[in-house]
Design a protein around this ligand. Structure first.
Ligand SMILES: [Zn+2]
Length: 392
């Protein structure tokens, strides 16, 4: 009996789920943080090798990788993204081990049917989502320039199609004063005073910012000893807004505030971008409709529509400016489990995690099948992308 393409996809995911959960468990047991995921990269690349992909390790960034399968026939280029970095202390508290399992499962399934249609399949290992933005480096290097659609699913406490994310501009302010004995303060200039005043002054910008702007910072260095006027202090800030243009506008206001404070305190200052800036995410509604349809077909319920209000930032934003992109969500725990917790990490290796992997990989696979079967659908998704980008 010959299986239909759809049956092949569904069965591929189900029949190999133990192997995928073994990958998920291995990552859970050996969590590696961003840019240090060498063993995880080797684990995933090894799997893709055996599944017949042409792989490259250390792709674009040291822990990035790609698995390619080219049918040699004309057709679309589909990219499935795998995140796989962990967090300090809470391990896979963001569930990126499950994202990798879902991506590998989707890749292996689609590889079995893509020859019937033509095109090229990429499984892209995008490291360091939490801190250094592997997708930003990869997008900048052109990895997604010729990609027709990029997809992934993130685990969480709900089923959904994702949506907007905030643009993030990470800025460090450093203050340089003059150290002096605590009882001879007139001989010094306090970098800490400038940092504290800047912190307060930047807080005042909030009231005059557009909705959904988030300004949050910490005093990173504030001196070493109470009897020394601090000669050095620093602040680290995240300026988040619905668009990068606006995040930069807010950053410029903060810069002016800090400039004034530095002058008033007789210190100098320097600012720098201390982490990778993240773009906001461009939503593709037709792609969101497609994943919703497939999730429903698989019996998933309570599928949240496009999230119009950003609840954080992600390096997926960078990809979403290059090609139609979707980051869906799959429920593996209840709402009482927060992101970036040990409980979330535990959920990835639970029965719900396993079920989530199956449904998410099947949902992505069926979505990709539809794009391969119906070029007009893909064309409409690309047209929406072009129009959205042009309107910005
Ligand atoms: Zn995450």
């Amino acid at each position: 009996m010959t299986l239909t393409a759809k049956e092949t996809l569904l069965q591929s995911v189900e029949n190999n789920v133990d192997a995928y959960m073994h990958l998920v468990q291995t990552m859970y047991d050996n969590p590696e943080i961003g840019n240090e995921e060498f063993e995880t990269m080797a684990l995933l690349v090894d799997y893709l090798d055996k599944a017949g992909f042409k792989t490259t390790s250390g792709y674009i960034v040291p822990t990035g990788f790609i698995g390619e399968y080219d049918t040699g026939k004309p057709g679309p280029t589909i990219a499935v993204m795998c995140e796989f970095d962990a967090l300090p202390e809470v391990g896979h508290g963001c569930g990126h081990n499950l994202i990798a399992g879902i991506g590998i499962a989707t890749g292996e399934a689609v590889k079995k049917i893509i020859d019937q249609f033509g095109g090229k399949l990429l499984v892209v290992g995008t490291p360091a989502e939490e801190n250094f933005g592997g997708k930003v480096s990869m997008s900048d290097a052109g990895v997604f320039d010729d990609v027709d659609v990029a997809l992934m699913v993130h685990p969480g406490s709900h089923n959904g199609v994702g949506g907007r994310s905030s643009a993030l501009n990470p800025i460090k302010f450093e203050f340089f004063g003059k150290t002096a004995h605590g009882c001879m303060p007139q001989a010094g200039a306090s970098a800490l005073d400038a940092a504290v005043m800047s912190y307060l002054q930047i807080n005042l910008i909030r009231q005059f910012s557009n909705q959904h702007t988030y300004i949050h910072g910490v005093i990173k260095d504030g001196g070493e000893a109470a009897n020394v006027i601090p000669g050095y202090a620093s602040l680290e800030y995240y300026f988040r807004a619905p668009t990068m243009a606006y995040a930069k506008e807010i950053t410029a206001k903060a810069m002016t505030a800090v400039e004034g404070v530095a002058l008033a305190n007789g210190v100098t200052f320097k600012s720098s971008v201390y982490e990778c800036p993240y773009d906001d995410t461009v939503v593709n509604y037709l792609l969101a409709d497609l994943l919703t349809e497939k999730y429903e077909e698989l019996g998933l319920t309570d599928i949240q529509p496009v999230d119009e209000v950003a609840k954080g930032s992600t390096d997926v934003g960078a990809v979403s400016y290059k090609c139609p992109t979707i980051q869906g969500f799959i429920k593996i725990c209840g709402p009482e489990v927060g992101a970036h917790t040990v409980e979330m990490a535990d959920a990835t290796i639970s029965p719900d995690g396993k079920n989530g992997l199956i449904k998410a990989a099947q949902g992505l696979s069926l979505s990709i099948l539809e794009l391969l079967e119906k070029p007009e659908k893909l064309a409409a998704i690309k047209q929406e992308f072009d129009e959205t980008i042009a309107s910005m």
